[in-house]
Write a protein that binds this ligand. Structure first.
Ligand SMILES: Cc1cc2nc3c(=O)[nH]c(=O)nc-3n(C[C@H](O)[C@H](O)[C@H](O)COP(=O)(O)OP(=O)(O)OC[C@H]3O[C@@H](n4cnc5c(N)ncnc54)[C@H](O)[C@@H]3O)c2cc1C
Length: 451
């Protein structure tokens, strides 16, 4: 389908409540993302005004063999939400918070977590797991997993979802949950947009505390960091647990445990208890109001978005047993040019909390997220290519240890790699694709079924 087809009416555009736009700025935006590496221009962008619009366009796309992608906030880094010569559904125009109750909220997929958190805090509730950057869409993170410091307690965001309303790849509007149409529910959560478009989600909420007391503990080695991370993961003393590999001024790296305890006065964390049995070489304690803590990187991310730098990220889930050696080697090879000042994350989550089958993680009681969130500054295509090759090498080395990728990054993958990534779930992935998106119109930007 070309723009000429669309504008001359060679393909009749079905009646819509919202609009299907073809102006260059809309196409440019939908043909790019936060990563600034892949650019695939669609032929039109749907700005839906109703769920019916999405059903209509998906059915239309099935009839005419046109690919459809959904774009939330466009914070993918490797073209995941893009589609060449297809239609991009911009979920930002369907972003209503329908209901907030004491233990759950019903929201459109286009709602940003930041808006849900603000609204739920008004009644003393919060989403249990929040990503480091909360300006992402509900549909966008539920399609990948949604990990953050509270994953140590509550799993991923997908693990907190009670029910979904989706438009399947063949254009059916379906409500699904663990009870109703379980196969679809489980396929969509962390399903990388391959089976259905999420239009509405019921997500769990928990009571919110007012304050975050955060503990930044420094360590000289990766082993020292992960030893204490394992300790605090086991006893659950932190409500939030992450970690970073931080460059030192004179060269080399330091290792940081970031923990937070959430509380509401007059209750207070007792610092000696919180720090008991840990062995950092430096400790910094800072307090922030709970929302400000969740919102802490929004300003910097918004500034970086405006710079449009390439972001060839790599995100891996490492098995516990291989983590220390793998990270030590990866960090020894890492130069400041390899990160461009972007953060390097390292933190553990208990596998038992990760319940969605299509979010693939290693077979290990504890898995570590290791993420090199690179920026290329100034933008340089040759440097991006080099870093994509480095990512591939790091990925293969990790895979040999039983690691998986957290599929939000920029790792060149073939169809065979994806089959291997999904492992024993691959037949279920293929079955779900055949059942829910038989014409394979949805989200080709993930390149899972491409040959
Ligand atoms: C600065 C920054 C910080 C981040 N921090 C974290 C973090 O702490 N933890 C974490 O887990 N991730 C993090 N991410 C990654 C982020 O969660 C994913 O890239 C997420 O998919 C982006 O959400 P989005 O709304 O921008 O989605 P998009 O980039 O627009 O879309 C992402 C994918 O989801 C699909 N999709 C989007 N909406 C829907 C829908 N309604 N139905 C079906 N499929 C859909 C798209 O087609 C695409 O395949 C971060 C990303 C950035 C840029």
């Amino acid at each position: 389908m070309t723009a000429t087809d669309a504008s001359t009416g060679a393909v009749r555009i079905p009646g819509l409540d919202g609009e299907l736009v073809v102006d260059p700025e809309a196409l440019r935006e939908a043909g790019a993302d936060y990563g600034q590496i892949v650019h695939r221009r669609p032929v039109a962008v749907l700005r839906p005004a109703s769920v019916r619009d999405i059903v209509t366009v998906v059915r239309f796309a099935n009839r005419h063999g046109i690919a459809v992608s959904v774009r939330g906030q466009g914070h993918s880094v490797y073209g995941q939400a893009q589609v060449r010569a297809g239609i991009v559904v911009d979920s930002r125009t369907l972003a209503t918070i329908h209901r907030i109750g004491p233990d759950s909220a019903v929201v459109d997929a286009g709602v940003r977590w930041t808006d849900l958190i603000r609204a739920s805090l008004a009644i003393g509730r919060t989403s249990p797991v929040n990503t480091d950057y909360i300006g992402l869409s509900v549909g966008g993170t539920l399609s990948v997993g949604g990990i953050g410091g509270a994953s140590s307690k509550h799993g991923l965001q997908v693990d907190t979802v009670r029910e979904l309303e989706v438009v399947t790849g063949d254009g059916r509007l379906v409500r699904c949950s663990e009870r109703d149409d379980r196969e679809l529910f489980r396929a969509v959560l962390g399903g990388l947009g391959q089976f259905a478009i999420i239009v509405r989600a019921t997500v769990g909420l928990v009571p919110a505390e007012t304050t975050a007391r955060t503990y930044r503990l420094s360590y000289p080695t990766v082993e020292a960091l992960t030893a204490d991370q394992r300790r605090v993961l086991a006893d659950g003393r932190f409500d939030y647990l992450e970690g970073q590999v931080v460059p030192l001024d004179g060269g080399g790296w330091s290792y940081l445990l970031e923990g937070a305890v959430y509380y509401t006065a007059p209750n207070q964390p007792h610092d000696p208890e919180v720090l008991a049995g840990l062995h950092p070489i430096d400790t910094e304690i800072v307090e922030l109001p709970y929302f400000d803590w969740l919102d802490r990187i929004t300003e910097i991310v918004d500034e970086l978005t405006a710079l449009r730098l390439p972001n060839p990220w790599i995100n891996l889930f490492l098995p516990d047993a291989g983590t220390d050696d793998y990270v030590a080697r990866a960090v020894a090879e890492l130069t400041p040019a390899d990160t461009g000042g972007g953060p390097v994350l390292l933190y553990p989550v208990p596998r038992a909390r990760l319940t969605r089958p299509f979010v693939r993680v290693p077979d290990s009681e504890t898995v570590f997220l290791f993420a090199v969130l690179r920026m290329v500054l100034p933008p340089d295509p040759a440097e991006v290519d080099r870093l994509l090759r480095v990512n591939r090498t790091l990925y293969e080395r990790a895979r040999d240890l039983g690691a998986t990728q957290y599929a939000i990054g920029a790792i060149p993958m073939t169809n065979r790699d994806w089959a291997r990534h999904f492992g024993e779930e691959w037949p279920a992935v293929e079955r779900a694709k055949a059942r829910f998106d038989p014409r394979r119109v949805l989200n080709p930007g993930q390149r899972i079924f491409e040959d």
